[in-house]
Structures are given as C-alpha cells and as structure tokens.
Design a protein around this ligand. Structure first.
Ligand code: NDP
Length: 288
C-alpha cells in the first residue's frame, strides 16, 4: 500500500521536498507519495490531524509552523527537545511524535558532502532564531574547539548560549589539554553581538540568519574567515551577500542545499528505516 507524506507550510508551493523524496523513493524502490500541504496560518494543527486521519504516515514541517509542530507532538526526540522545534512528524497509531532532522542534516552535509568535519573547529554561528537553535545540539555533538553565537539582538544569542551551556559542559573540548587529576576542559560556548567578535577568526562560519532572503549585509569583517576554513550559508538558491563577502576573502563557501537534502534523507530514514543515497540527488537538484 502506498504510504503518504506531506510537507506542511505557508507558503509551501516553492518547496523542493517533494522532488527530493520522489528521487529517494525511485532509488530505494519504496512505494510512497509525497506532496505539499498548504495549511492556513491559523489552522496548522487541524491540517495535520486531517491529513493523519485520512491515512497519512508522516509529515515534514516548514516555515512558519516548526514551533507549533513541537507543541502538537506528544513525544519528542532529544534533538527536537533541544531545538524546541519540529520539522518531522511521525504518526504512531493515535500519537503524534516530533523529531528535528535539521541539525543532523547540516552536520552530514559538512562531513559527508563537503568533507569539512566540525571536530576541533572554531565555529561561529551567526543568528539566534529557529534555524540556529535547531542545529546547535548537533554542532556541539561533533566536539568543535569552540562555538560562538552572534546575533543582531544580542540578548537572544546570550540566552541561547546559556540554554545550551549544560550540554556544552559535557563536551570535553580536547582531552589532551586535561591536567592530570584535574577537571576535563569544557567546550567554550559564548553568546554575544557583532562587536564582541571584532578581530577574531573562525574556521567555520555558519549564516543562520534570514538575511539571505532580504539581501541585507551582515556586519562581519574580512578577518572573520580563517583561510582554509568554510563559510556556510543555510540559505540556498542564490548567492547571498554573506557568501559574496566570504568569497571575496578567498575562503571556500557552501550554500544550504546539501543541508536540505540531508535533513530530508534523515526524515526518510526516521519514517521508513532506509537511509537513501544523497550525492546523486544533490547533483541532480543543482543541475535543475
Ligand atoms: P528566524 O526568523 O527564526 O530567525 C532569523 C534570524 O536572522 C534572527 O537571528 C535575526 O536576528 C536574524 N536577522 C534577520 N535580519 C537580520 C539583519 N538584517 N541583520 C542581522 N541579523 C538579522 O528564521 P530561521 O532561523 O527559521 O531561518 C533562518 C534561515 O535559515 C532562513 O534563511 C532559512 O531559509 C534557513 N534555513 C535553511 C534550512 C536548510 O535546510 N537549508 C533549514 C532551516 C532554515 P534578530 O534576532 O536580531 O531578529
């Protein structure tokens, strides 16, 4: 029997998810149907329940409903709890379960497609909205050397760093630095504003702001980007001012299309127990 999935959002017609999941289905031979579902801004929960009651098996959730999807879930994975947002709903008999695959998608894109592991890197996460929160746990899990969060509204960056500080405290930054018999060194996790990072350099700079959509520039310096580093924009489909600035310094750049494909592959795996191959799907999307 065909299993049915949707991506729910508003707007949602532009979503690439149906194409991605169609390619996954062809590749794995699984019988699924995946379409878009436009939910009214005040009718998200009703739209989800109606789809589930009509026999739907699961759903992806996109802007602006990820926080509402978290509220709707009766149970959450640890990564969804950390994110406070859900992009993957699993319908389990009468229960709606919530997961978040964005962070896993980003890390898999960095490690697998871009061959740029986060381990040991000085990470600068620009932005403190839903996308930044959604990837923070996965980034910390990779044991970077440090994570700095900067945001236009400085308090939001500080708050995010505080919220994740107990998790960072369990990440041992570099066991080689441990003094015999002393406490293991903790991973530095700092939140602040753009003024706080003047003159500092980072190996991995991730743009998790929505400035790619508006075309606005971020107050970053040329010196923010370490040579041999990577500037990653979660936005895809256009060259953003962030990517232009990074490219002008000679640093390698990447957009968020790989993250989109990898988070979709992780959702596919959560629903169907099969991990699709992503490189050819990404290649095909880049060609269209
Ligand atoms: P939110 O609205 O939750 O957060 C927006 C963030 O951008 C805030 O930190 C905000 O700062 C900052 N911002 C907005 N305008 C400016 C500006 N002019 N200067 C500096 N900072 C600014 O959005 P999301 O976090 O949900 O999404 C962010 C981006 O991530 C989007 O472009 C989205 O497309 C992308 N994304 C990509 C995914 C993928 O799979 N590739 C997955 C998820 C998201 P402040 O707090 O001060 O307002």
């Amino acid at each position: 029997m065909t299993q049915r999935f949707v991506v729910i959002g508003n707007p949602v017609a532009h979503s690439k998810s149906p194409d991605i999941h169609r390619m996954f289905a062809e590749q794995t031979g699984l019988d699924i149907e995946y379409t878009t579902l436009l939910a009214p801004l005040d009718g998200f929960a009703e739209a989800v329940r109606a789809f589930r009651d009509s026999g739907g098996s699961g759903a992806n959730v996109t802007v602006p409903f990820k926080e509402q999807a978290f509220e709707l879930g009766k149970r959450h994975t640890a990564r969804a709890r950390a994110a406070g947002a859900v992009n993957t709903l699993i319908f389990n008999s009468n229960r709606i379960m919530g997961d978040n695959t964005d962070g896993a998608g980003l890390v898999q894109d960095l490690k697998g497609n871009l061959e740029f592991p986060v381990k040991g890197k000085r990470v600068l996460l620009v932005g403190a909205g839903g996308a930044a929160r959604g990837v923070l746990l996965s980034l910390l899990d990779e044991v970077p050397a440090s994570v700095t969060i900067v945001n236009r509204t400085v308090d939001k960056a500080r708050q995010l760093a505080r919220e994740f500080s107990s998790i960072a405290a369990f990440v041992i930054a570099d066991p080689a630095l441990q003094v015999k018999g002393g406490r293991p060194p903790q991973l530095p996790l700092i939140g602040g504003g753009f003024d706080d990072i003047r003159g500092r350099e980072y190996d991995l700079v991730i743009n998790a702001t929505s400035t790619g959509l508006s075309g606005e520039e971020l107050p970053l310096e040329n010196t923010t980007f370490a040579q041999n580093g990577l500037a990653y924009d979660m936005m895809y489909g256009r060259e953003t001012p962030f990517m232009q600035l990074a490219a002008s310094t000679g640093v390698r750049t990447a957009d968020g299309l790989g993250m989109l494909v990898e988070q979709a592959a992780e959702s596919f795996h959560v629903w169907l127990g099969v991990k699709p191959e992503t490189a050819t799907v990404l290649e095909q999307l880049r060609r269209t």
